[in-house]
Design a protein around this ligand. Structure first.
Ligand code: GAP
Length: 517
């Protein structure tokens, strides 16, 4: 199945099974704003807990914070967002559609990558087992030609970004004959900068309302609280402050479902270090964060680092962790070495001294910062994309049937256990409910007595429940149940008394964290 179709199915699945709904759907929706349904909110909360505990519980030098969405307007002047938090936009004059010029060029480069992959795929089929992919990539003239084209664009693109050269960005689009996907024409406007922050007014006009912004990142709440946390927590450098919260960006090109939203959630951690030690911490956090992603078991090959083509003026190193979405490798998390830029700017704009006295160095300095910043919604999308499977499985009378299953990492699954009485009589529902009542304090359980067992299994597969237990007449007699494993569909008879231990072993974050350490 084409990846585009997989993605469409995934989006439809999210709605059908209560994961993600379009915001204000009964009013035809609001662009790039989404709501999380009954299963979505559980998955999202589990992702946040997995992140929070891995930061705050596992590191004794990382503490949490929950700062307000509204901040003093000068914060955004100091941070550079008022002047420079822009996207380069371009319009197609025929379709009147607006695009991000940098995204058009990135998509163009991805097309050359796709051409190369196609050549490799064709050759792999032709040569079979004797195929040497590395050699083919190095020597095939068509592969080389496409790679050279891509590199040529890449060089121009990086230079244009670094020089802030909007004319050149447009010229790349013109030279490589990029067409508007809607009108199919190359009739482009100039490229312009557009600020992404949402503004609103605080206070009534009679008392002189002033303009405030909805925060475009949670990080600034951490920077302006640096001294509060450091002093009240008696924190010694190096230490980190972690925060989860909403952020808002007036994204112009809002597409790909929850990948690019106007209201979204971030999980950010700012790690404060001594000047000169930031690059070593940058490497350490790169490694820690990649391990965190890979521990979920979706496949190591699905992740890669992508170093930034253009470093922000305040950064001395930056990389993204990308995940292979159905629409290609895309950024899920950014890791940035932000130098002392943010704290120095806030020191300058607020007029308050922001520094740290280092007893080991016997000197005061403005700490340097290494940031890890991940979008909850993008993480959610990567988890769903990596878990969604359509399979042919053995059905009734020796026939096969298809099932849709979310092979979610058990620790993140919204429901861990479904308890299903075989029939709605003979005391089986009561026994099933007593099992739920006993286990619900340890993990999320669901009771379901509607429809045939087969249909109930399919419903649980579709929301990614890792375990189902069936209560039958034997259960009442010998206190055993049949447990069914989601991915293998294997079934086994186990004692009711053993259920808690058996399931906890697979769904507990503690167990996963122990393996990670
Ligand atoms: N404080 C640094 C910062 O905000 P960023 O690369 O702009 O850096 C960090 O954003 C992460 O936030 C991204 O890697 C992505 O996961 C998420 N993110 C950014 N914009 C988003 C959007 N419009 N919709 C969903 N997630 C977004």
């Amino acid at each position: 199945m084409a990846q585009e179709d997989v993605f469409k199915k995934l989006v439809a699945h999210c709605k059908e099974y209560g994961f993600v709904f379009q915001s204000s759907e009964i009013y035809d929706g609001l662009g790039a704003v989404y709501d999380y349904g009954q299963n979505g909110v559980e998955l999202k909360n589990n992702i946040k807990k997995y992140w929070w505990d891995s930061m705050v519980l596992l590191h004794d030098n990382v503490v949490g914070l929950d700062s307000a969405i509204f901040m003093h307007p000068t914060v955004w002047k100091a941070s550079g967002h008022v002047d420079a938090f822009n996207d380069p936009l371009i319009d197609n004059k025929d379709s009147k559609k607006r695009y991000r010029a940098d995204v058009l060029i990135e998509d163009l480069m991805a097309k050359y990558d796709a051409k190369v992959d196609k050549e490799v795929e064709k050759a792999a089929k032709r040569f079979g087992e004797s195929f040497d992919e590395a050699m083919f990539r190095e020597t095939n003239p068509r592969v080389q030609e496409n790679l050279a084209k891509k590199e040529e664009i890449h060089q121009r693109f990086v230079k244009a970004l670094n020089d802030n050269d909007l004319v050149e960005l447009r010229q790349i689009i013109v030279d490589y004959e990029v067409v508007c996907p809607i009108s199919g024409t190359k009739n482009w406007t100039d490229v312009r900068q557009f600020n992404l922050m949402f503004a609103t007014e605080m206070g009534s006009t009679s008392e002189g309302a002033h303009k405030v912004f909805l925060r475009p990142e949670t990080a600034q709440g951490i920077f302006v609280n640096f001294l509060n946390v450091q002093k009240t927590g008696r924190m010694k450098i190096p230490f980190g402050i972690a925060q989860i919260g909403k952020a808002f960006r007036n994204e112009i090109v809002a597409r790909q479902f929850i990948f690019r939203m106007r209201e979204f959630e971030q999980m950010e951690m700012q790690f404060f270090v001594a000047p000169g030690e930031e690059l070593q911490w940058f490497e350490k956090w790169k490694e820690t964060r990649m391990k965190w992603h890979k521990s979920l078991g979706l496949g190591d090959h699905k992740y890669r680092f992508h170093d930034h083509d253009k470093l922000a003026h305040y950064a001395n190193a930056a990389t993204d962790i990308e995940y292979e979405m159905p629409f290609g490798f895309k950024e899920v998390e950014g890791i940035h070495s932000r130098t002392d830029f943010d704290l120095s700017q806030h020191q300058q704009f607020s007029g308050k001294k922001i520094s740290y006295f280092d007893p080991e160095r016997n000197e005061s300095y403005v700490p340097y910062v290494v940031e890890t910043s991940i979008g909850v919604d993008r993480m959610f999308l990567s988890i769903l994309a990596g878990s969604y499977c359509e399979e042919e499985v053995p059905g009734k009378d020796g026939k096969t049937e298809s099932r849709v299953v979310l092979k979610l990492p058990p620790v993140l699954a919204p429901v861990k256990l479904a308890v299903l009485p075989l029939v709605k009589k003979d005391g089986l529902p009561e026994l099933a409910r007593s099992i739920v009542d006993d286990l619900k304090f340890h993990f999320n359980c669901q009771y379901d007595e509607k429809d045939s067992i087969g249909k109930r299994y399919r419903r649980q597969d579709a929301v990614g429940t890792p375990f189902c237990v069936t209560i039958d007449h034997q259960s009442a007699e010998d206190q055993t149940v049949t447990i069914r494993h989601r991915d293998t569909m294997a079934q086994e008879r186990v004692k009711i008394a053993d259920l808690k231990h058996l399931i906890m072993e697979k769904v507990s974050m503690t167990e996963l964290f122990k393996k990670m350490q």
